[in-house]
Design a protein around this ligand. Structure first.
Ligand code: SAH
Length: 352
């Protein structure tokens, strides 16, 4: 059975064959721009609502919601219709609300320090499953308000579970639909990759103005091979060429993500190597103090080491920010998303 957000416009037309044509737009708009459930589209006749609710169920079933940072960080654990599980994180800031979406259930990239990588790959998500994460997070944000104003999701980062460029078509189609029908501009969406070169090249050729972040973590091949094994297939020299090509083609800002791992990649020499790669590309560096994961018993770098690292980069003309560790107490921070083995076994819902 197809789920609500897996239907494309022409499939809605088929499903609504015996209805007046304006219904298609009414429903499409209702479940996207207005982020409503079918049951709440009260402008539809009740019988139609009931039929559609039965024939096009939602694709994500909420298992748990965890809240931290005084209500500003909310992590959702969802069960998909085949029983796989994924997570999504909603983060409210003063000026914006960002949703961190998953692009795959699990991940095949096996980065040693990442909980999703430690758990392995289950499957790609469909476009609808990516889009629905944003809609459902927006529904939750509708309940949050600051000074009486409901919160509007303004930014999307493809930094949840999975490798978005390994699921290129669904991710790109989701980015388009989120722009066109949820009203979140491409410039407010950032795709993060471990460095899948063919994906970076394809993205460079796309007119969609999404941002690109490359998870670098090491600026020499030996260290990067050990942290992000995909580097053996797509080594740094080739990756940097692809990044240069991306910038030439798009003139968009590129950022490098770097998890600060104590004693592993946080020395002054590491900073010099990173500056050497970042500077010619004008890449922005985003440092992420390593978050703890069960399979990687190393700590994040201490604040003083991060400070020295920042200074060393800045001295060499590199733009750098340090990311806050939102939601680490609820395992919602970067690299902590995983769903296997930690949950109590649940009863499978019976599906037709
Ligand atoms: N596969 C994509 C999308 C995941 S994004 C990618 O690799 O970019 C998640 C970000 O968090 C990546 O930059 C990832 O390297 C980083 N990360 C993973 N594990 C982490 C950890 N334990 N602490 C801090 N950052 C981590």
């Amino acid at each position: 059975m197809r789920s609500l957000y897996d239907l494309e416009v022409d499939q809605w037309a088929e499903l609504l064959d015996d209805e007046p044509t304006y219904r298609r737009e009414q429903i499409w708009d209702g479940i996207h721009a207005q982020h409503r459930d079918i049951e709440d589209l009260t402008s539809l006749p009740k019988a139609l609502r009931e039929r559609l609710a039965a024939e096009t169920p939602r694709g994500l079933e909420l298992v748990t919601e965890s809240v931290s940072d005084g209500g500003d960080t909310i992590k959702f654990l969802w069960e998909l219709r085949d029983g796989s599980r994924i997570e999504t994180v909603l983060m409210h800031y003063r000026e914006r609300s960002t949703v961190c979406v998953s692009s795959q259930a699990g991940c095949a990239m096996a980065c040693s320090f990442c909980a999703t990588g430690q758990a392995g790959f289950t499957r790609h998500l469909s476009t609808g499953e990516i889009v629905e994460q944003v809609v459902r997070a927006q529904q939750r944000a509708d309940l949050d308000s600051t000074s009486g104003q409901p919160r509007r999701v303004s930014n999307i980062v493809y930094m949840g579970m999975g490798e978005p460029l390994a699921n290129f078509d669904s991710t790109l189609a989701a980015a388009h639909r989120i722009r066109d029908h949820l009203g979140i501009g491409a410039r407010h969406q950032t795709i993060s990759t471990v460095g899948i070169i063919p994906g970076i090249k394809r993205l460079a050729a796309e007119p969609l103005q999404v941002g690109l972040a490359v998870s670098l973590h090491a600026a020499n091949n030996d260290l990067r091979n050990s942290l992000a094994p995909i580097n053996k297939r797509y080594p740094l020299e080739d990756l940097m060429d692809a990044c240069a090509e991306y910038i030439d083609a798009t003139h968009r800002r590129l950022s490098f993500e770097w998890a600060m791992i104590e004693g592993v990649n946080d020395s002054q020499r590491d900073a010099d190597e990173l500056a050497h790669l970042a500077r010619p590309l004008g890449a922005h560096v985003n440092l992420i103090p390593l978050n703890r994961t069960p399979g990687y018993p190393t700590s994040g770098s201490p604040a003083s080491v991060i400070k020295d690292f920042v200074r060393r980069l800045e001295d060499q003309g590199v733009n750098v920010t340090v990311r806050d560790t939102r939601g680490s107490d609820i395992d919602a921070a970067c690299g902590q998303l995983k769903t296997a083995s930690v949950e109590m076994p649940t009863r499978r819902r019976v599906r037709d």
